[in-house]
Design a protein around this ligand. Structure first.
Ligand code: NG6
Ligand code: CA
Length: 513
């Protein structure tokens, strides 16, 4: 093992790597779709082995026709930082203010930053974001004009089109925003949003539990009531624009499908970032899925997630563009069972194991926090059907790998943590990334390298009782031999002091890069 983690002259790899990836003499321009699930665990998808009691046939098809990864990591074990890392190619822990965002957060990716959609745009793509956003809007927290044009917005960071939920399903404002404007707003009934205080006279989950007709909170989530469910944050007005939770999967899928159709008609290659609301809380599945998994709303939401994957694929098939569309499917972070609503997820889990053989889950430094499902399909690009890659890899490299694919030189200093690894992404290079950095909610950082996992000593809580997840934090160094102990049960730091020093120095050098 190298004793440092210095930069390895990756810029030099550019074009030769592209040729070696089997991409002909120059860059190709397949359509690119990233389907980013929310809190979908590695074991939640039936393609990943025998952990799931719910069958997800559409994801299975994707995996059967593409490459499925067993060791792909998001940068962080919660949504906002994971999405920040994906779309900027910069580790979120380098940038203050990238923790879980409130629903009235200002734009976390500032307009002057070079983003993944900027890069795709530069390559001549038409770009869109549809679904969950959770990266803030506008210039200043709480100062957005929800009744006018919410700006700056996604158009300022490279997206030609957007149809989004501002934050998460459990946060206000519970409305869709299309190209910076709330959809279906009645000007006579303006929206007000606050994360500071309730609105006088408006019912809340805390004071009016009798109004919670659909789901009650198990912890938190006791503020504004929308659609019989109380949320995080307060809002009032905008009644005509409020989303109906049961319809979210249909609404966002319809918009994603429309975008694909429009782009295909114009014969412009497209880039679609599709963030599903499933399987985040509140889990309120459409009636087509309600009760179908036998596992309650969480299982039903997995079916809903799978259905959306199927709809996207059916659209590509019907347009004859499925072969030359690069589809990347993953999740922003690991699984959680009770994330704040009494939806029966804990009681009905049965033998289903969302975290697979790993320890922890969402919020955690342990592997289940960041090791997510990851499937890549692109038949025309030579991605081999049915391949399984155990290569260590990170969502942080998607940016530079796609730049490599479409032949764009990333401007100096931008996407600084992203390394071109197209061959690995396409399942042709089965070797590991040198190392992968993982971040938990506590801000703790871990490192996977050469089959070892190191978690820096930190003061974060060990356990989150509300969600029942081991967070993997400890004030002493932790070292696990992932090849023998994927479940991170035996901390062997004391037996390998030299290795601990090397891992720490590797982390230090990544940090100071
Ligand atoms: C937590 C929420 C949780 C979820 C999470 C963000 C409470 C008690 N819990 O603070 O329900 O919203 O934030 O999830 O409010 S994420 O997947 O978007 O990162
Ligand atoms: Ca998430």
């Amino acid at each position: 093992m190298n004793s440092t983690c210095g930069k390895l002259g990756y810029a030099a790899l550019g074009l030769s790597a592209l040729a070696a990836a089997g991409c002909g003499s120059g860059p190709q321009r397949p359509n690119v779709i990233i389907i980013y699930g929310d809190d979908v665990g590695y074991g939640d998808l039936s393609c990943n082995g025998g952990f799931s009691t719910v069958v997800t046939p559409n994801v299975e098809r994707l995996a059967a026709e593409g490459v499925r990864f067993t060791s792909a990591h998001t940068t962080s074990s919660t949504s906002t930082p994971a999405r920040f890392g994906l779309l900027t190619g910069v580790y979120p822990w380098r940038v203050p203010g990238t923790g879980i965002a409130p629903g009235d957060a200002a734009m976390i990716i500032r307009p002057d930053r070079y983003t993944l959609p900027d890069m795709m745009h530069e390559a001549g793509y038409v770009t869109a974001a549809v679904g969950k956003w959770h990266l803030g809007l506008g210039d200043e927290r709480g100062k957005q004009d929800w009744n006018g044009h919410i700006t700056p917005g996604l158009e300022d960071i490279g997206f030609d089109y957007s149809f989004i939920m501002a934050a998460t399903g459990d946060r206000v404002p519970c409305v869709y925003i299309e190209d910076g404007r709330v959809v279906g707003l009645d000007p006579a009934d303006p929206i007000e949003v606050s994360y500071a205080r309730p609105f006088e006279g408006e019912p809340t989950g805390r004071d009016n539990p009798e109004l919670l007709t659909k789901q009650r909170p198990s912890h938190g989530h006791d503020m504004a009531i929308v659609n019989g469910i109380s949320r995080i944050g307060w809002m009032r007005g905008g009644r005509r624009a409020l989303w109906v939770d049961e319809e979210i999967c249909d609404r966002i899928t319809e918009k994603a499908v429309d975008f694909i159709r429009r782009s295909a008609e114009s014969e412009t290659p497209f880039f679609l970032y599709f963030g599903t609301n499933d399987i985040h809380v509140p889990r309120v599945p459409n009636e087509r899925f309600a009760g179908r998994s036998g596992m309650g709303p969480r299982g039903d939401a997995i079916l809903s997630f799978d259905w959306q994957v199927g709809e996207i694929m059916r659209t590509l098939d019907s347009l004859g563009i499925a072969d030359n569309t690069l589809v990347i499917l993953s999740s922003d972070n690991g699984p959680v069972i009770d994330d704040g609503y009494e939806d029966g997820a804990v009681e009905l889990l049965g033998d289903h194991r969302p975290w697979g053989d790993m320890r922890g889950g969402k919020y955690s430094s342990f592997e289940a926090g960041t090791r997510t499902p990851f499937v890549v399909r692109w038949p025309a690009g030579g991605v081999k059907a049915g391949r399984v890659s155990d290569a260590l890899m990170s969502h942080i490299d998607i940016f530079a790998s796609l730049a490599e694919l479409v032949g764009v030189d990333i401007p100096e200093g931008e996407a600084r943590d992203s390394r071109p690894a197209l061959r690995r992404l396409l399942g042709r290079d089965l070797t590991d990334r040198e190392w992968v950095v993982e971040q938990s909610t506590a801000g703790a950082v871990g490192l996977v390298r050469d089959g070892w996992k190191y978690i820096e000593p930190n003061r974060g809580a060990r356990y989150n009782r509300s969600v029942g997840i081991e967070l993997g934090n400890d004030t002493v160094p932790q070292l696990y031999d992932l090849e023998r102990d994927l479940g991170e049960r035996h901390n062997v730091a004391a037996e390998h002091p030299e290795l601990v020093r090397e891992m720490q120095s590797c982390l230090d050098s990544v940090r100071s890069e």
